[in-house]
Design a protein. Sequence first.
Length: 263
Amino acid sequence: MRLVHKLVITVATLIVFGPVPFATVSAADRDKLLNEPGVYGTFAAFRVEDEWSRLDQRTRQAHLTSVKGVVERYREKLAIDTYLLRGLSGHGDFMLRVHSTELKDTQQFLVDMLATPFGQYLSSRTILNGLSKKANYVPGFPDALKTELKAPSESGPYAAVIPIRKDADWWALPQDQRLAMMQEHTEAALPYHKTVKRKLYHSTGLDDFDFITYFETAKLEDLHSLVLALSKVKEAHHNRRFGHPTLLMTIKTIDQLIEVLGK
Ligand code: HEM
């Protein structure tokens, strides 16, 4: 009787108010998290253990629905992007990119996700943390170059993450010498600015790297040529570690990702 009562109330609520959606960060707030300085970016790659595929289809779907609930709940204050690594990278099956103004919120989200029934089948493969900052060198570039950098870049379906560690000599150089080298870096990279969208995160002290570079493109060949072009400039001699890991993946919605993982 109590169950029937509850059901009647639920149906009545749906009729009066319609389905109540999860509150997600508004488009404007997501835009801020993705574009403003002072925002933390975490890249977390996971492998789905083999036991997962031995579960029956219904159980897998139920587990994935509950993890989707956790993602939607945290989307109230975090910007969460989802990617499929499986088939393109040996560093895991999927990756989450999480932006937040407080790294502890990202941590809480990942802890809660791992505590779901689906989380029991996951092993964490890579977690990288970085911080978006105001441009260090661009303000010192010639105006023509600054203008070229303002042109829009095209996005996915591919995404790549390449963490980088600089050597001690790089940090010891005076700002004007680093500026000159970063201008050379930018000029060499400019032919690929239209087809490769980039985002830079500073990770010194937050991780084993100094930078996390993130790219989206529809033309992987251009990403390849871009990295080759940049390996020839002086600034590249100061890369002590480049990649390891390099993560290559496709950008997916949470529903697309769930469909692949549920199979
Ligand atoms: C679309 C192509 C690219 C363009 C137009 C570009 C441009 C730039 C610019 C303008 C900066 C200076 C940002 C500032 O003022 O702080 C920069 C920094 C940097 N870029 Fe690129 N870049 C591109 C691709 C790449 C690639 C492929 C990598 C390596 C995988 C890379 C690694 C870095 C790193 C590590 C920094 C930080 C350097 C530092 O602050 O010491 N970039 N890039």
